[in-house]
Write a protein that binds this ligand. Structure first.
Ligand SMILES: [Zn+2]
Length: 355
């Protein structure tokens, strides 16, 4: 019964969304984003899982590069090496810029590798969705002159230690760093129950920066996205405080971290559920209350019926649930709706950054 009610609610949201965005017959950026997500993450219709260091990861890089080049972007393929299980591995970032009125840069990033393929994950929400949104944004904005220069960064090898984002951050000299106005990380922007936006942690020691004196936790990018999101179909949320993490502040576990360490104000958008008492408390690793993703979910305690024996904890990322066919059954319309809203959000932000 609960599921049926949820499906109706989401369908109603989608209808509302479509009527407000379908001003013309051409596919909207949001519709394109979903198409790119299918092509990137569906094994049946596209590339599928993109494990860090795999041939599929390399194919995904070529696929991203081809799209950007096809829209007239000059694409920089930034190779880097990293170590996995003692062996040296290669990956690459794809970087493209849209020149703005100012040469100050808003960097928007998403990692394109995935993990959990052995369990059946196709990396649809983590992080096909972030890549798909940024591609659709790049396509929608091609040829436009926005207030600031936009740098689209598609990072490789995130799941094995933020290797791509670290490589890009390390490649920047002091002039290039001074040009960076903001960084927005799109990682798992769809799938979970709620879409949140975070700023960096107010305690510099959380980020283990090489030069802690540079670190920025300025929340202005988060707050701007939050304000703009109120104009979209899915207003973003701020997570409540939990052990060690003040409300709206995040740790260093995704691609925003190397840029916060450079002193760049960051924002990180992710879909999860911070109201669940997960395996380690209210830390946002449990993404959904949908009982299908729990051995047994207890609504009253917002946790596992038996915390000692639970094995699933409502996680989509890195599991067999992170694929579009399964997501469509479990959460009809959800990925489309969240992806659409976040694509719309980024376009609005880049047109009027308010920074
Ligand atoms: Zn991710």
């Amino acid at each position: 019964m609960k599921h049926t009610a949820l499906a109706f609610a989401i369908t109603a949201l989608l209808v509302g969304c479509n009527t407000s965005t379908n001003d013309s017959q051409a596919p909207t950026a949001a519709e394109q984003a979903y198409e790119y997500l299918v092509q990137l993450s569906s094994t049946a219709e596209g590339i599928g899982a993109r494990p860090t260091g795999s041939e599929a990861e390399t194919r995904a890089a070529a696929w991203i590069q081809d799209h950007l080049a096809g829209w007239g972007y000059e694409v920089q393929n930034q190779p880097f090496t990293y170590t996995k299980s003692g062996a040296s591995k290669r990956s690459q970032n794809l970087i493209a810029e849209l020149k703005g009125q100012s040469d100050k840069v808003i960097l928007i990033g998403a990692h394109y590798d995935s993990t959990g393929d052995k369990k059946g994950s196709e990396g649809a929400t983590d992080n096909g969705a972030g890549v798909a949104a940024l591609l659709a944004v790049a396509e929608a904005l091609k040829g436009q002159t926005l207030p600031y220069t936009v740098r689209f960064a598609f990072f490789g090898a995130e799941e094995n230690g933020l290797n791509g984002s670290r490589a890009h951050a390390t490649s920047l000299d002091s002039t290039a760093i001074a040009r960076l106005l903001a960084m927005v990380n799109y990682d798992t922007i769809a799938g979970g129950d709620v879409v949140y936006v975070h700023s960096a942690h107010s305690d510099v020691t959380e980020y283990n920066c090489a030069e802690p004196g540079r670190y920025s936790f300025d929340p202005k990018v988060r707050d701007r996205l939050l304000a703009i999101s109120k104009l979209t179909a899915t207003p973003l949320a701020i997570h409540p405080s939990y052990a060690g993490y003040p409300a709206g502040e995040t740790g260093s576990w995704s691609d925003h971290a190397p840029f916060a360490c450079l002193g760049v104000p960051i924002a990180y958008v992710e879909a999860t559920n911070f109201t669940i008492n997960g395996a380690d408390g209210y830390d946002g690793y449990s993404q959904t209350t949908n009982p299908a993703l729990w051995d047994c979910y207890d609504d009253a305690s917002k946790s596992a019926c038996d915390r000692g024996s639970e094995t699933q904890w409502g996680k989509i990322w890195h599991t067999q649930y992170d694929r579009l066919d399964t997501m469509a059954e479990l959460f009809p319309g959800r990925v489309e709706q969240q992806l659409s809203a976040n694509t719309d959000l980024m376009i609005r932000f880049l047109k009027e950054p308010g920074l």
